[in-house]
Design a protein around this ligand. Sequence first.
Ligand code: ABU
Length: 547
Amino acid sequence: MKVPTDFSSSFADTVVCFVLSDRLIGKTAGRDKEQDSAAVKDRGQTPADFSRIYSKDLLPAPGGEELTRGFLQELVNILLGYISKSNQRSSKVLDFHHPHQLKEECFTLDLPDQPETLEQILVDCKDTLKYGVRTGHPRFLNQLSSGLDVVGVAGEWLTSTANTNMFTYEVSPVFVLMEEFLLRKMQSIVGWSADVGDGIFCPGGTISNLYSILVARYHFYPEVKTRGMGVLPQLALFTSEQSHYSVKKSAAVLGMGSENVFMVKCDESGKMIPAELESSIVTAEEKGLVPFYVNATAGTTVYGAFDPLKAIADICHRHTLWMHVDAAWGGGLLMSDRHKIKLAGIERAWSVTWNPHKMMGVPLQCSVILVKKRGLLQECNDFGAEYLFQTDKNYDVSYDTGDKSIQCGRHVDVFKLWLMWKAKGSEGFGSQVNKCLENAEYLYDQLQRRTDFELVLKNKPEHSNVCFWYIPPRLRGLPPGPDRDAILHQVAPRIKGRMMEKGSVMIGYQPLGDKVNFFRCVFSNPATQQEDVDFLLDEIARMGDDL
Ligand code: ABU
């Protein structure tokens, strides 16, 4: 929404106008004018009129403290309104618009040559939230990462305020120490002894998995760093057919070729079959390839399956292969005394991916690669840029950990996790995980009882993923087969589309193997309750009754 621009004056050459900004309050979604006025009175403050104030009037402008405070307080009000609404079930999960509608009717994406007022900037902030998706809403069940943790938000805001870079202790002393501490804590939870282990925070699970392949290759073939792939044999990697696509993508990125990733068969619940891994290794060798890396998944993306880590570790040990565990999704279960048994054997991995931004509800992004062999990340990736990693600094330069990374500049992802961990304790994270899995069990029980739904997997879910079909009335009498499947394939996307347009709930769907489109419900949001599960099933039935 565009606020008319008044370029006639700015704060610097006008009288400070400490009256409530009618234009801002009247023209934005969410709270109404009376609510905002009342909130202002409650605080005993009078906000600035931002219609003639520009960013240049804020700090570091001389005397800009009051305006900066007023501006940030307005922003806090906007965020608070958003957070409150996100927790109200009467609010929509999203206010869906097609891309052309958003561009033409809701938003001006054009960037101006002249500065716009802070009133406009605050309206833009409100509108950005208004037309986005409320991933913290209790009925957002679409993605593995969800939730809206207030302490996590505080951590992210503080991180941006500090606006620093993780590459050196020199510019990030506290965050570098926090990262080292958190990595060791997570290594000990994985089950590694204190004297081994290394790691780094990464921009997401795909990059963490890429690191695992990078260090594995370097471990076996350190010459690759300087001489390239031409001096290496044709390498083979192994992962299950239900694992994340990032393994293939990484093999492509790293010059090994996605076709040299062997997709190992899974059982009906989505777990890698160890005997199939063994025979894939033999097949690769017969083809003249050299196996070096196995990815086992702890919590597959669709079914939430846990590969048999001990059996896979035995095979890796026998063949001297690097064992990685992609626990991006399942790693959070390590925080739960009730559920960590599902990852038994992870301590035998040589590297582990674990995304606190998934099951632990930390704001995106927060992903970690843990590597058992200390120093390997540094050896594999360092180039010792002399302008950054000087060796003659006035402190212990082993804390300049940035050269372990394939990035130069690196965002501070650790602080929000550290702060949330302080605020919840390990037990708090454990309870959060338990609650999500209880929701999954409740959904599974409801699906078993209802005749209008069919479970994709008959067994109780191991993780918080529950996969199912809705069967519309006209399909209920039809025998299974291609005719029924052709119609059923269209049901989930059509119901999802209707639910998005209504804004009532969001849930994912996909086909998998020979199975036509089915819903995948995942719980990682601590706000979700059993009443939301009931609502989900009833809403799907309402939306799909005529299909
Ligand atoms: N990196 C996997 C995320 C997939 C999902 O949220 O559904």
